[in-house]
Design a protein around this ligand. Structure first.
Ligand code: GRF
Length: 197
């Protein structure tokens, strides 16, 4: 079977990136990690890429806080194309992607979000669920469209909220679920292609 070429984008600690690379290394996920790119200089996710001998790059994001400058986003498209990336995997990438990326990779960009979407899009979704008094939350892998934390859902996993949970304990439990769900969802795309809802 042909291995899908992955381009992983992230801004932070990269624990989901690690889970994906471990799943590839162990032969469970039949994909090829082609490049890891971060908008944050010295982000741990770049260190993880080096640990797994995956090509990696820092992309200076420009002047905006929550998105890339259009030129920079066009540069990102080119970097991903040069690396022959077929599926773009957002793993804690803290910028909203706009038309250059969305048009270059239609239904070829996936994201993981720490809630059961459509509930609690946005930042600190686990805290939103806790503050809302929910007893169940989880994580969602979805295709990326022009809206934030929105797009067809590929896979979800429930995570219970326990009576004594703090934001930290709940977030850790969600991340454990994410580390199983994300490689499994990517594996499904690799096997079956586009996941129609
Ligand atoms: C994850 O919790 C994910 O749901 C959210 O960003 C976080 C990234 O964590 N989109 P990590 O960098 O993979 O550890």
């Amino acid at each position: 079977m042909k291995r899908l070429g992955l381009g992983i984008l992230g801004s932070g600690k990269g624990s989901n990136c690690r889970a994906i690379l471990e799943s590839i290394r162990s032969g469970v996920l039949l994909a090829e990690p082609r490049v890891v790119i971060s908008d944050v200089l010295n982000a741990p996710i770049l260190e993880i890429a080096r640990e797994f001998s995956v090509p990696n790059a820092y992309l200076p994001p420009g002047q905006f806080r929550t998105r890339l400058e259009p030129n920079t986003e066009a540069e990102l498209v080119q970097m991903l194309r040069d690396a022959e990336v077929e599926l773009v995997v957002l793993a804690g990438f803290m910028r909203v992607l706009k038309s250059p990326m969305l048009q270059a990779f239609p239904r070829r960009i996936v994201n993981i979000h720490p809630s059961l979407l459509p509930k609690f899009p946005g930042l600190e979704a686990w805290k939103q669920a806790l503050d809302a008094g929910e007893t169940m939350t989880g994580c969602t892998v979805h295709y990326v469209d022009e809206k934030i934390d929105h797009g067809d859902i590929i896979a979800q996993r429930n995570v219970p909220i326990l009576p004594n949970d703090s934001a930290e304990t709940l977030h850790s439990r969600i991340q454990i679920a994410e580390h199983e769900l994300y490689p499994a969802a990517i594996a499904k795309i690799c096997r079956e292609g586009d996941q129609r809802p």
